[in-house]
Design a protein around this ligand. Structure first.
Ligand code: CMP
Length: 136
């Protein structure tokens, strides 16, 4: 059964010029792009997106970082798309991420880890509605 996930190429990924590389890996895996947009997030959207981290000590830095430049937001679809993209992305901490994964290949710092992918069906629904309300 097909499912959808929200993928972000964060501002560090856009600055580093790896948007095409990330899209290419998603497509090579067999996943499908359903929506895609370059945009700079408003603070309110960033705070809503990361609301589960609002009590964490790094929340302020996270919101500053994610609103600090354009990012690419996508909705990606396919069988077990949530887990499939998280496998492509690798571990949250890029130093622990396996080489061959996006974070394992392109990042070194946990706060600048190139991509975000929804971590559950609940998060995916919530995040897709936040970024692409027209998709319902
Ligand atoms: P992401 O998958 O976008 O979801 C939450 C983000 O918080 C995570 O990726 C990291 O980039 C960031 N994050 C998690 N832990 C830390 C930390 N200890 N310091 C700074 N940022 C963090």
């Amino acid at each position: 059964m097909s499912e959808r996930t929200l993928v972000l190429v964060k501002p560090d990924g856009v600055r580093r010029g790896v948007v095409g590389e990330v899209i290419s890996r998603i497509e090579r895996k067999g996943l499908t792009l359903v929506a895609l947009e370059l945009r700079t997030l408003a603070r309110e959207t960033a705070e809503a997106h990361y609301e589960e981290h609002s009590s964490k000590p790094f929340f302020g830095d996270l919101v500053e970082f994610i609103t600090g430049g354009p990012l690419v937001a996508m909705v990606v679809e396919g069988p077990r798309a949530i887990e499939a993209f998280r496998a492509l992305a690798g571990a949250t901490d890029p130093v622990s991420a396996t080489p061959g994964t996006i974070r394992g290949d392109f990042a070194l710092e946990i706060g600048e880890n190139i991509v975000h992918g929804s971590d559950s069906t609940y998060s995916a629904d919530r995040e897709i509605k936040l970024f692409f309300p027209e998709l319902g």
